[in-house]
Design a protein around this ligand. Structure first.
Ligand code: HEC
Length: 117
C-alpha cells in the first residue's frame, strides 16, 4: 500500500508539472513586447521621419499602417515577423539598419507596437 501512495504522489507531481509549463509559456509570450513602450521607441529612433504609423501611403519608406496584415514586404519577401525584424536590424534598400541602436528588448517592444498598427 505504501508503494501505491508513492506512485500516486509521483503521478500527481508529474501532472501538475506538465500543466504548469504551458501556463508559464503563455505568460512569457505576454511579456514579450510592450506596444506602448514600442511606440516610444518608434518616435525616439526617428522611424517617423520615413514612415507614417497611421497611413498606408509612402513617406520616404512605406506607410506602416496594417503592416502585419500584408502578405509581402516591399522586396517581395513574405511578410513574417522574422523578416520584419531582419529589415529593422539590417536595413535594406534606402533604409539603414538599426542593429547598433536597438536593444533586443526595444526591438521586441517595437514589433509589438507595429503589430497594433
Ligand atoms: C531614412 C528613412 C528611414 C528610416 C529612418 C526608417 N526607415 Fe524603414 N524603410 C525605409 C525605406 C525607404 C523602406 C523600403 C525600402 C526601400 O524602398 O528602399 C523601409 C522599409 C521598412 C520596413 C518594411 C516595410 C514593408 O512593407 O516591407 C519596415 C518594417 C520598416 N522600414 C520599419 C522601420 C522602423 C521600425 C524604423 C525605425 C527603427 C525605420 N523603419 C526607420 C526608410 C526608413
Amino acid at each position: 500500500m505504501k508503494k501505491l501512495g508513492l506512485v500516486l504522489f509521483t503521478t500527481v507531481c508529474i501532472l501538475s508539472l506538465t500543466l504548469a509549463v504551458p501556463a508559464q509559456k503563455k505568460d512569457d509570450k505576454k511579456s514579450g513586447g510592450d506596444a506602448t513602450k514600442g511606440e516610444a521607441v518608434f518616435k525616439d529612433k526617428n522611424c517617423t521621419v520615413c514612415h507614417w504609423p497611421d497611413k498606408e501611403t509612402k513617406r520616404i519608406g512605406p506607410g506602416l499602417k496594417g503592416l502585419f496584415t500584408h502578405k509581402k514586404m516591399w522586396d517581395d519577401r513574405p511578410l513574417t515577423e522574422a523578416n520584419v525584424r531582419d529589415m529593422i536590424l539590417k536595413g535594406g534598400g534606402k533604409m539603414t539598419g538599426f542593429e547598433d541602436q536597438l536593444t533586443p528588448k526595444e526591438l521586441d517592444n517595437l514589433i509589438a507596437y507595429l503589430k497594433t498598427l
